[in-house]
Ligand binder design. Structure first.
Ligand code: ADP
Ligand code: MG
Length: 275
């Protein structure tokens, strides 16, 4: 594959959009896989109780498995829950179990409730360094479709937000609420958080609508929208049922190609911005 620049320090990217079904999980797993296959060390943190990213990456996540729930609620070290992804070398995953559904409420009464993921990541990076393990280049956090405390933990832990936008009617609807929440986080909890990346997903090139929506989003966010666009592609939606990313399932598909392009662009834009 193509050689990509390593980031100057670990990039922690939260994949967020409070709308469901816009491609958050698909984007998390395929970008992570593309970057890992290009030689990066990548950590996926699944903080959606549905555990779809864990499933797609073939990570066991039944409720007996130690998971991000135990990290957030009981302060179990992240190192103890991280598993290797069998499909992709260089990719490790902190899985989510269904227990996480209760965490949104359990977090409310805990100390430093917004900072728990951030602290766990810092501790994990220090642990890796002490063990002589390679530095993590990228962390992708797959968020649930809501703006509750789990998503707040992701925003506080991250340096960047990646917003996947489904290239359809009402694409921009709900975006102002998301951006307002991010502004609140910047003001009160994490002043270095940036919306660095917007990715257009499920693009159907046969419709005028898709290109109109794409133009509109680019007009609003000229610096954030990637040139690479993810097409609507059946291979992308089939891959998870084979517990593979589309990059392994069908490396020549339009879906795999587009996620490789998006990953390269994220790495190259990041390097150009000094990340
Ligand atoms: P979210 O995590 O935002 O809820 P998902 O990534 O789970 O969204 O995607 C929702 C559904 O759409 C899934 O069934 C997924 O396989 C499918 N999907 C996502 N991206 C594409 C695409 N580019 N082409 C075809 N199907 C897609
Ligand atoms: Mg999801």
């Amino acid at each position: 594959g193509k050689r990509l620049p390593h980031p100057s320090s670990t990039r922690i990217i939260t994949v967020s959009n409070q709308k469901g079904g816009v491609g958050k999980t698909t984007t998390t797993v395929n970008l992570s896989a593309a970057l890992a296959r290009a030689g990066m060390n990548v950590l996926v943190v699944d903080i959606d109780p549905q555990g779809n990213a864990s499933t797609a990456l073939a990570i066991p996540h039944s409720s007996e498995v130690d998971s991000i729930y135990d990290v957030l609620i009981d302060e179990l070290p992240l190192a103890e829950v991280v598993q290797d992804c069998p499909d992709v070398e260089g990719l490790v995953v902190a899985p989510a179990t269904i227990d996480l559904a209760g965490a949104e409420i359990e977090l409310v009464s805990l100390v430093a409730r917004e900072q728990r993921l951030s602290r766990a990541l810092k501790e994990y990076f220090a642990h890796r360094e002490k063990q002589g393990m390679p530095r993590i280049d990228y962390v992708f956090i797959d968020c649930p479709p809501s703006l509750g405390l789990l998503t707040v933990n992701a925003f506080v832990a991250a340096g960047e937000v990646l917003i996947p936008i489904q290239t359809e009617y009402y694409a921009l609807e709900g975006l102002s609420q998301l951006l307002k929440n991010i502004t609140m986080i910047q003001k009160h909890l994490n002043s270095s958080l940036e919306v660095s990346t917007i990715l257009l997903t499920m693009y159907d090139g046969r419709t005028n609508l898709a290109s109109q929506v794409a133009d509109e989003v680019r007009e609003h966010f000229p610096d954030q929208v990637l040139s690479a666009v993810i097409p609507r592609n059946i291979r992308i939606s089939e891959a998870p049922s084979f517990q593979q990313t589309v990059l392994t399932y069908d490396p020549q598909s339009a879906g795999a190609l587009s996620y490789r392009e998006a990953a390269a662009e994220i790495a190259e834009k990041g390097a150009a911005a000094g990340r």
